[in-house]
Design a protein around this ligand. Structure first.
Ligand SMILES: Cc1cc2nc3c(=O)[nH]c(=O)nc-3n(C[C@H](O)[C@H](O)[C@H](O)COP(=O)(O)OP(=O)(O)OC[C@H]3O[C@@H](n4cnc5c(N)ncnc54)[C@H](O)[C@@H]3O)c2cc1C
Length: 349
């Protein structure tokens, strides 16, 4: 294990901003992870587990501890009748894994095509998109308990998944995810619950998407195509995707909100018995609630095509993004009366 010093973190994130890590090391084996933790303990350093850096914002001052860049690889696929269990290292690229599943004819993660980041980060965040969530296909994960040094297995239930949430987001970095097992189906199980996808495949037969082409590859291509129109080009501007979580309200609170804004769509969340309020609806200029053109700080702004997404110009500051995020939270609270929280993890010095 080689520990480097004062390594710029911006290139390791999709925001492309923020300061350096005091110490930094690449982790390719569990043994390297244990050695790195021993190093941190000896020097009394805080530790940060870094995946693909697509859901974090690094402070301009950087991070004063040890960054562990997870590069644990390996993919195994075991087909058993109508199912297959896919075990992947936490350092595998999530979208490459989805592509592999699609090529192998395995259903369950195709709507999660095109999400940046690595397998470990996907578990921590319980990624979701287009009506699918990782928690629906996750069987178990293995993690290193950074206190005891033991490898521990968590069942799906023990991961305590929720909307963009898991047990690992609340354990103060105690567990580093090492690998994850997904249970996928060899039987077709298209999930067209999301309106954009439904429209492409069933309602309108435009662009050559007819029912007949409802196969894994076509669904993946459709998702990738829809996503291209919704996110900025990462080679031009930085972002970490949706900066805020959509608020989950009780049915009573959501109804009251809908009385004030009759056009506001609401989405039942059966697993929480709450109702998801699409924050982007309020930020959409067509609904006249906010003018996002005025919500700009330095080189940071809300993305026109998807206003939950904060984008930052190259060389802009992390402080600007954080100020903009606070401003959005403040204005939503003042005007709509609800508290919103970031989905993106802000790493402070
Ligand atoms: C353009 C764009 C589009 C996006 N679209 C979506 C979307 O549609 N749906 C969605 O859900 N998300 C989306 N995201 C957010 C992001 O891609 C996901 O949350 C992704 O899973 C984060 O993975 P990562 O490896 O980059 O994690 P990182 O950003 O590196 O880390 C995120 C958090 O997870 C922790 N972590 C990472 N790896 C491990 C590990 N092995 N063990 C323990 N903790 C770990 C980190 O410490 C940190 O707290 C998008 C982001 C971008 C930039």
């Amino acid at each position: 294990m080689k520990v480097e010093e004062n390594i710029p973190l911006a290139p390791y994130t999709t925001f492309h901003i923020g300061g350096p890590a005091r110490y930094f090391t690449h982790i390719q084996t569990v043994e390297e992870l244990r050695e790195a933790l021993a190093f941190a303990k000896k020097k009394e350093l805080r530790v940060f587990v870094l995946g693909g850096g697509s859901n974090i914002l690094i402070d301009d001052a950087g991070f004063d501890g040890l960054v562990l860049k997870i590069e644990l690889g390996g993919v195994e696929i075991k087909k058993e009748g109508e199912h297959a269990v896919v075990v992947a290292g936490a350092g595998e690229h999530w979208d490459a894994l989805v592509e592999r599943a699609v090529t192998e004819g395995l259903w369950g993660v195709e709507n999660l095509s095109g999400i940046p980041g690595l397998v470990g980060g996907a578990v921590v965040q319980n990624i979701g998109a287009y009506g699918q969530a990782l928690s629906e296909s996750l069987e178990w994960i293995e993690a290193l308990d950074t206190h005891s040094g033991e490898v521990v297995r968590f069942s799906n239930k023990e991961c305590a998944f929720d909307y963009r949430d898991s047990f690992f987001k609340h354990d103060a970095g105690r567990h580093a995810v090492l690998r994850a097992a997904l249970k996928l189906s060899t039987e077709p199980k298209p999930n067209l619950s999301y309106q954009d996808l439904k429209t492409r495949f069933t309602l309108s037969r435009v662009e050559g998407f007819a029912d007949a082409s409802l196969n894994l590859g076509a669904i993946r291509e459709a998702v990738l195509d829809i996503r291209r129109g919704k996110f900025p080009d990462l080679s031009v501007e930085g972002t970490a995707g949706s900066f805020f979580k959509n608020p989950i309200l009780s049915k009573v609170e959501a109804k009251k909100l809908q009385e004030r804004y009759p056009e506001l769509p609401l989405f039942d969340m059966p697993e929480t018995s709450g109702v998801k309020v699409p924050l982007a609806w309020f930020l959409d200029a067509r609904h006249g609630v906010f003018n996002i053109q005025t919500m700009r700080v330095g080189g940071a702004r809300l993305f026109e095509k998807q206003p939950l997404v904060i984008v930052a110009q190259k060389k802009s500051s992390s402080a600007g993004v954080q100020r903009l995020a606070h401003e959005v939270q403040k204005q939503i609270k003042e005007k709509i009366g609800i508290d919103i929280e970031p989905e993106v993890r802000i790493l402070q010095k």
